[in-house]
Design a binder for this molecule. Structure first.
Ligand code: NAP
Ligand code: G4F
Length: 343
């Protein structure tokens, strides 16, 4: 029987690595695009990568970059996937303020490059395309956000992703392509990048307990996010492409917590009760029993513009795809702490 072939851009990232594992279990042949880098960037997929000289490999990596059209069109031509998951991106919101042009090139025009490659290769009828859209596109729109909520991005990242979102919808309509989007709210787990706030907190706690770090320095504690587990969200991406027609789906938990609450819950899981005192940059998080300070504020982690509150409605995904989040918020933090305490 002919195998299903999937191509994942961003396979070395959090979501790409989880999706690759999910698709391999479903018996797909999985191809991924990785960037050339001076040190290894495949840690998240090393456990599933087999030497190609061994019999029957199922995972193949190709060098490429979303800023390089020739690499994109060549890989698609060679692999001829039935599904493309476009997960590659400069995905850090704060970094996008420092590298706005690169972020637009990779995240916005990068998506256009893939869509154009599919069109130029006359593969519009044989490839289903998934675009990794984001709740960051809503910006200042108040919660709950759904597929029809206004999009008012508040960062170069959000604006680039909004272009990618709309160009995907445009190709769906203009060329009758199976091009879908998943508007995913924040999702985390033990393989989350170390500079996103969730992982920074769990790694910080582990480092403090191991006496490798004295304080955890954070920025805005009062932003709210709808934090889900990346394993649940990879399943949603696949379900979106299995639906009978291309569409847009919000993937979220419907619950939100502040960064402050994330800190409190994470510390409580290692037996430390955090109290707060002081204001603004002088605020600290400490343990009343011991008077030991754990959290300090650093102005450099504040953004030029903040997205105050994200909380998504996943009603459409639940109704049409039968998707719902399975992993509980606290269990996800526990898994992250277990990983970081074990490292
Ligand atoms: P991530 O961990 O930062 O991974 C990003 C991936 O993209 C990495 O494999 C990275 O390669 C690759 N990449 C970056 N620039 C590239 C370029 N120019 N060409 C080719 N590859 C490039 O992100 P993630 O959390 O897995 O997120 C996956 C996707 O979902 C991203 O598009 C993100 O914007 C979007 N998203 C994420 C969330 C979330 O909460 N995680 C929510 C909504 C949407 P290296 O490993 O070499 O850096
Ligand atoms: O963890 P964050 O950096 O994630 P953010 O900005 O919400 O973006 C993530 O989720 C998006 C989906 O909504 C994705 F599209 C995007 O790719 C990425 O995965 O920050 C979360 C919140 C922010 O309000 C930030 O200001 O935490 C606040 N924060 C407070 N102190 C901090 C810190 N964020 C980081 N990264 N580092 C801090 O020290």
């Amino acid at each position: 029987m002919k195998k299903n072939i999937a191509l994942i851009t961003g396979i070395t990232g959090q979501d790409g690595s989880i999706l690759a594992k999910f698709l391999l279990k479903k018996n797909y042949e999985v191809h991924g695009i990785k960037r050339r880098s001076s040190s290894f960037n495949t840690q998240r997929i090393d456990d599933i990568y087999n030497d190609l000289h061994e019999p029957n490999p199922q995972l193949f990596l190709h060098y490429g970059d979303l800023t390089d059209f020739s690499s994109i069109i060549n890989v698609i031509k060679k692999v001829k996937p039935i599904e493309i998951y476009n997960l590659a991106a400069q995905s850090h919101v704060q970094v996008s303020f420092e590298t706005p042009e690169y972020t637009a090139n990779a995240d916005a025009i990068g998506t256009l490059r893939i869509l154009e490659a599919i069109r130029i290769l006359n593969l519009t009828k044989s490839i289903k395309f998934y675009q990794a859209s984001t709740s960051e596109m809503y910006g200042s729109t108040p919660p709950p956000q759904n597929e029809n909520s206004p999009m008012k991005p508040a960062s170069p990242y959000g604006a680039a992703k909004l272009y990618a979102h709309w160009i995907t919808k445009n190709y769906r309509t203009s060329y009758n392509m199976f091009a879908s989007t998943g508007i995913l709210f924040n999702h985390e787990g033990p393989s989350r990048g170390e500079t996103f706030v969730s992982r920074k907190i769990t790694m910080g706690i582990a480092n403090i307990l191991k006496k490798k770090q004295k304080y955890l320095y954070l920025g805005n504690l009062d932003a709210f996010r709808d934090w889900g587990d990346a394993r649940d969200y990879a399943k949603a991406m696949w379900k979106i492409l299995q639906y009978k027609k291309p569409d847009d789906f919000v993937i979220a938990t419907g619950k939100s917590y502040s960064v402050r609450k994330f800190v409190e819950i994470s510390f409580s899981l290692v037996g430390i009760k955090i109290s707060w005192k002081g204001k603004g940059l002088k605020e600290i998080g400490y343990d009343k029993k011991t008077n030991r300070t754990y959290i300090k504020i650093d102005a450099k982690y504040f953004r030029p513009q903040e997205v105050d509150h994200l909380r998504g409605s996943f009603k459409k995904a639940n109704r049409i795809l039968g998707w719902k989040p399975e992993i509980k918020f606290k269990d996800m933090i526990k898994d992250m702490l277990d990983k970081d305490l074990g490292d």
